[in-house]
Design a binder for this molecule. Structure first.
Ligand SMILES: C[S@@+](CC[C@H](N)C(=O)[O-])C[C@H]1O[C@@H](n2cnc3c(N)ncnc32)[C@H](O)[C@@H]1O
Length: 240
């Protein structure tokens, strides 16, 4: 029988000991990631923005876009929170099993036609009150390539939020430390009344991921598409 590599043995042990893995099994969530969104849903008072009465990110009846949704943990949480009057559009490059109450779009978010498909699924307004992006690149194992891909996904999600969020809307964006980290945070500060960086307890310590929480979206004529049209030139960034 082949020996397990120490890294995969370590991963298995960590997986077995992980309270969020056990909780996901118990609560019927497809991923431990569900607990990150549940934590971000009830962010502390000091992170709220004026006029945000309930302090809840996702409220019944809202329209939510979930980018990088597979296997569907965040989608399950979002559909539960918006309830039957709400709408959830979930997209991933990988196919995943349907989630009741969500419309699923399979395709590469970096492909402009996929972004247009998501907008079309939002109905007549083409807008959402909350955009979630938990997108992370499917790892190539080459650190600089994976980092560049992760940054590009975050930039593209922020650009999508800029064109798709309705006034007052909110963004949850997975970001990694890297060369464009500060640019993304500064761009978000131009677009939202409040911007916070949060590391949920369910996010593993060894992961450099954090979540940028943007509250109170206020696109104005003074901040036209601040990231630029990356759909037009992203292929240059991917071919590394
Ligand atoms: C951390 S997982 C998301 C977990 C999910 N939020 C959950 O709760 O189950 C990151 C996801 O990003 C997706 N992803 C990576 N690159 C993508 C792309 N270009 N377009 C769409 N999804 C992408 C991956 O396929 C993966 O499913």
């Amino acid at each position: 029988m082949p020996q397990r590599r120490p890294s995969s043995a370590r991963w298995l042990q960590e997986h077995r000991d992980d309270p969020y893995v056990a909780a996901a099994k118990r609560d019927g969530y497809r991923s431990r990631a569900a607990y990150k969104l549940l934590e971000l849903q009830t962010f502390p008072k000091e992170h709220r923005h004026p006029g945000m009465a309930s302090g809840l990110l996702i409220q019944p009846g809202m329209t939510v876009v979930d980018l990088g949704a597979a296997p569907g943990g965040w989608t399950q949480v979002a559909t539960q929170l918006v309830g039957p009057r709400g709408r959830v559009v979930a997209a991933d490059i990988l196919p995943f099993a349907p989630v009741a109450g969500a419309e699923i779009i399979v395709g590469d978010f970096l492909d402009e036609t996929v972004a247009r498909q998501i907008e079309a699924a939002l109905g007549v307004s083409g807008q959402a009150q909350v955009i979630l992006s938990d997108m992370a690149p499917n790892m190539s194992g080459i650190p600089c390539v994976d980092q560049a891909r992760g940054e590009l996904l975050a930039e593209m999600a922020l650009q999508f939020a800029e064109t798709t969020l309705c006034p007052g809307g909110s963004l949850v964006l997975k970001v990694f430390q890297g060369s464009s980290f500060h640019t993304i945070v500064s761009q978000a500060r131009l677009l939202f009344a409040r911007v916070k960086l949060i590391k949920p307890r369910a996010s593993r310590d060894r992961s450099s991921e954090q979540y940028l929480l943007g509250l109170g979206f206020h696109r104005s004529s003074s901040t036209p598409n601040t990231i630029g049209d990356r759909h037009a030139d992203h292929s240059a960034g991917l071919d590394i």
